[in-house]
Each structure stands twice: as structure tokens, then as C-alpha cells.
Design a protein around this ligand. Structure first.
Ligand code: ADP
Length: 239
């Protein structure tokens, strides 16, 4: 399998605290992989370094063989990396379509005017919000806000999508829908790295998992094997 994302010797220090310590792993093209670990293990810090919000203290991040870890966040986005956030970020006074149009402005090749609106409606249809573009964003239910956030992330036409607990807070029925939606993105060729606490979703979605604990990588491999690893189980129990 061709590796899309290659992380080598990644490290991040905040003053005296080593939040991420010499972490290396790869995500193959077209794969859905999980980045797991108890709270405070460094997962969000890794996502923030991949998207460029934080710069690494040491190590490299490469996308399709090209080093991206020295680039500014907008340049990394233009290379094809997009992410969702743990807390849904919406522009509440705008319509659903306008929220997506705002995200389209950050594309490598921004779309404007009627083409942008048309593309926003296409993206909304892809995430299950066909015909809902005219509604106010703050009138959406929680899962529909999550769908809209995904449409915003897809506006950049990413090769690599980073999902930070995108499934959290969904009820069991919504969770099923959310899982199917992520699978549909993978089936369209997207590569996905997700941070997730819902193990049922991790088992259903991810072929491989990487586990961190207190900044260190403690396990990596096929999801079922990793989740059965005593080292991983004791890290979670120690939380
Ligand atoms: P996780 O996502 O696995 O819960 P984080 O990456 O959020 O873990 O945090 C890893 C460690 O880094 C924690 O000890 C956290 O307090 C610390 N940390 C995260 N961001 C910062 C920051 N901006 N400044 C200082 N410490 C931080």
C-alpha cells in the first residue's frame, strides 16, 4: 500500500512538558486509521501538528512523499489536509449553505458567486443535507451540525481528512449513520485519520490503530489486535 501520511520521530514540547515524544507512524492511501489513547496522551497535539496549527519541536510529517511539517496551516490545507474539530465550529447567524461557501473561500482555487453556492449544495448532498442549505445553521440538530461541519471540511477537497472525535455525542442511531457516512468518504478515495473514544466505531471503521500514552506510541497494528493488547488495555484502565 502506498503511504499517504508518514510521520517520523515527531516530538512536541510545551515548556518542560513533552506532549508528544518520538512518535512515528504512517497512514496508507485510502485507509481509515485510528489514533487512540487515554486523555492527555498527545493525540490532539499530533493532529494539530499535521494540520500545521502547531509546529513540531522535532521530527517530520510528509504527505505523499512531500514534507509538509514546515509549512503554514493554509499551505498544508492546500496540499490536501483538512480537519474537523472536537467542538463543532459553526457560523450560527448564516445559513447552512453560507457556512459551506465560507469554507470554499479557503480552497486552493476558490469558487465564487453562483458556482460556490452550487458546490456548497453538492457538498451538503454528499453528507446527507440535500435541500437543507437554506436553513439557519443554529436551527440544525446536533448530528446535522456535524454533517455541516464535515461538508465544510470537504470543501477543501482533501486527500487526508482528520476527524477529531467527530462521532462523539451521537445517539446509537446517529452513530450508525455517522459511521456509514465516514465509510462512504473512504469509498470515494479519501484517506482518514480519526481520533475517537467510541471503540465500537473504531472497530467498525478502522483497519489499523496507533495508540499513544503520555506522549509515547505504545502500540500499532490491525485494530482488533491492538485493542486486545494488554499494554493498551492497562493504559486505558490507568486513565
Ligand atoms: P489528548 O488529545 O490525547 O487528550 P493532548 O494532545 O490534548 O492530549 O494533550 C497532551 C498533553 O499536552 C497534555 O498534558 C496537555 O495538557 C498538554 N498540552 C496540550 N496543548 C498544550 C498547550 N498549548 N500548552 C501546554 N500544554 C499543552
Amino acid at each position: 500500500m502506498t503511504q499517504l501520511l508518514e510521520i517520523t520521530g515527531l516530538k512536541k514540547q510545551f515548556g518542560g512538558l513533552t506532549a508528544v515524544n518520538d512518535v512515528s507512524f504512517s497512514v496508507g492511501e485510502g485507509e481509515i486509521a485510528a489514533l487512540l489513547g487515554p486523555n492527555g496522551s498527545g493525540k490532539t497535539t499530533v493532529l494539530n501538528m499535521i494540520s500545521g496549527a502547531l509546529s513540531p519541536t522535532a521530527g517530520t510529517i510528509a504527505l505523499a512523499g512531500e514534507r509538509i511539517s514546515h509549512l503554514a496551516p493554509h499551505r498544508i490545507a492546500h496540499k490536501g489536509v483538512s480537519r474537523t474539530f472536537q467542538l463543532v465550529k459553526i457560523l450560527p447567524s448564516l445559513t447552512v449553505a453560507e457556512n459551506v461557501v465560507a469554507a470554499l473561500a479557503f480552497r486552493r482555487d476558490p469558487l465564487w458567486g453562483s458556482r460556490a453556492t452550487e458546490r456548497a449544495h453538492e457538498l451538503l448532498a454528499e453528507v446527507g443535507l440535500a435541500g437543507r442549505g437554506g436553513e439557519h445553521a443554529d436551527d440544525l440538530t446536533y448530528i446535522d451540525q456535524k454533517r455541516m461541519e464535515l461538508a465544510r471540511a470537504l470543501a477543501a477537497e482533501p486527500r487526508l481528512l482528520l476527524l477529531d472525535e467527530w462521532l462523539s455525542g451521537l445517539n446509537p442511531t446517529e452513530l450508525r449513520v455517522g459511521i456509514d457516512l465516514i465509510v462512504s468518504l473512504r469509498d470515494r478515495g479519501m484517506t482518514i485519520l480519526l481520533v475517537e473514544h467510541i471503540m465500537e466505531a473504531v472497530r467498525a471503521l478502522c483497519s489499523r490503530a496507533v495508540v499513544m500514552n503520555v506522549g509515547n506510541k505504545i502500540a500499532e497494528g490491525p485494530t482488533a489486535e491492538v485493542l486486545a493488547d494488554p499494554v493498551v488495555i492497562s493504559a486505558y484502565l490507568g486513565e
